[in-house]
Design a protein around this ligand. Structure first.
Ligand code: F6R
Length: 328
């Protein structure tokens, strides 16, 4: 997994070279995908100013069926049943379709029906292919006039990623220190609405899948209206068994910054506020990717501390296998 994560920069550079498919100008897109593929939609939604919504489930959301929205299906394997079910619903509704995939049934259908398609290199775990998947999504959204991210931004994010992943980088040291403070604790990843939100989600899912470790994510300001209350009743457990990390970005706004400080003060009695991680770089793509790379490093360090191999996802595969045997 270390080797796969080390290709983040190369993946973004690969995406910078993609020819942008030219399509009609659209005003909204629905991205359908699960897990390590679907998160590329959350990243894209946070980066685009036009409406990009993300659907993670069977079929399509009720609003989408007759909306005329375009549907962009993202599945690294191309065989994820929820994503294929969304594709079937979109085909049945006559919606415009496009795909990002490395193979499977999705690639077959996209090719045979001539959809706009980005075929990404295979052979990785889906969650380790986020540079390819996000790059593919950005390219297709660009062709529809939904994203304005181009090769310069992708190359800048690639360079920053390479520097963060350098063997001697300060980022690696920070990630190791943070992981050491989180050792033995369930991890809460806090962020704020906007650019940071999908990074918080990605931290949670990478800690789950790489370290096989419980984690959740929550966002400010919403968590101040509920989760802030949740620490007192079980504080005898949570004080020692939970660690909270806050992801920060310079554009989070003064009120959110005040909330981070005051929320930490209010919660401090009952739970451990372990640390904060700031985004790096100038451009939104750099900043969101820098947070995701830090999450990958922390998750790998937690895997090392737990003595587990980050690559296999046996429980996910068992589930997919058992579901495939169920009558549909
Ligand atoms: C495994 C991983 C999973 C998959 C998910 C969907 O590395 O990240 O979360 O992404 O099971 O599969 P795909 O991405 O093939 O559609």
């Amino acid at each position: 997994m270390q080797r796969m994560v080390a290709t983040w920069g190369a993946q973004l550079r690969w995406a910078a070279l993609l020819a942008q498919p030219q399509g009609p100008s659209l005003d909204q897109v629905l991205i359908c995908g699960m897990g390590g593929s679907g998160i590329s939609g959350d990243f894209a939604a946070a980066l685009c100013s036009a409406p990009v919504r993300v659907h993670k489930g069977y079929g399509l959301p009720a609003w989408a069926a007759n909306s005329g929205t375009a549907v962009l299906a993202v599945s690294y394997s191309g065989n994820t049943e929820e994503t294929l079910s969304a594709v079937e619903a979109a085909r049945a509704g006559g919606l415009r379709l496009a795909a990002v995939t490395s193979g499977g049934r999705l690639l077959e259908v996209a090719r045979s029906e001539g959809w706009p398609l980005v075929e990404v290199p295979g052979g990785l775990q889906p969650r380790a292919a986020l540079g390819y998947l996000l790059g593919g999504v950005i390219s297709l959204l660009g062709g529809w006039g939904i994203s304005s991210i181009g090769p310069n931004e992708l190359n800048a994010a690639a360079a920053l990623t390479d520097s963060l992943l350098d063997k001697a980088s300060a980022a690696r040291l920070d990630a190791s220190r943070l992981a050491a403070s989180l050792d033995g604790r369930m991890v809460g990843v806090y962020g704020s609405e906007g650019l940071v939100a999908p990074a918080a989600q990605r931290w949670k899912t990478q800690i789950n899948e790489n370290a096989k470790w419980p984690a959740w994510w929550a966002l400010l300001p919403e968590l101040d209206h509920n989760e802030v209350l949740s620490w007192s009743s079980l504080s005898h457990i949570t004080r020692d068994k939970v660690g909270l990390v806050v992801l920060r970005d310079r554009d989070e706004g003064a009120r959110v910054a005040a909330r981070v400080r005051i929320t930490a003060e209010v919660m401090d009695r009952d739970v451990n506020w372990v640390g904060e991680v700031w985004s790096q770089g100038e451009l939104p793509l750099e900043r969101i990717v820098s947070l995701a790379v830090m999450g990958d490093l922390v998750s790998l360090e937690l895997a090392r501390l737990a003595g587990v191999d980050p690559v296999p996802v046996e429980a996910i595969e068992e589930l997919k296998q058992k579901l495939a045997e169920e009558p549909s």
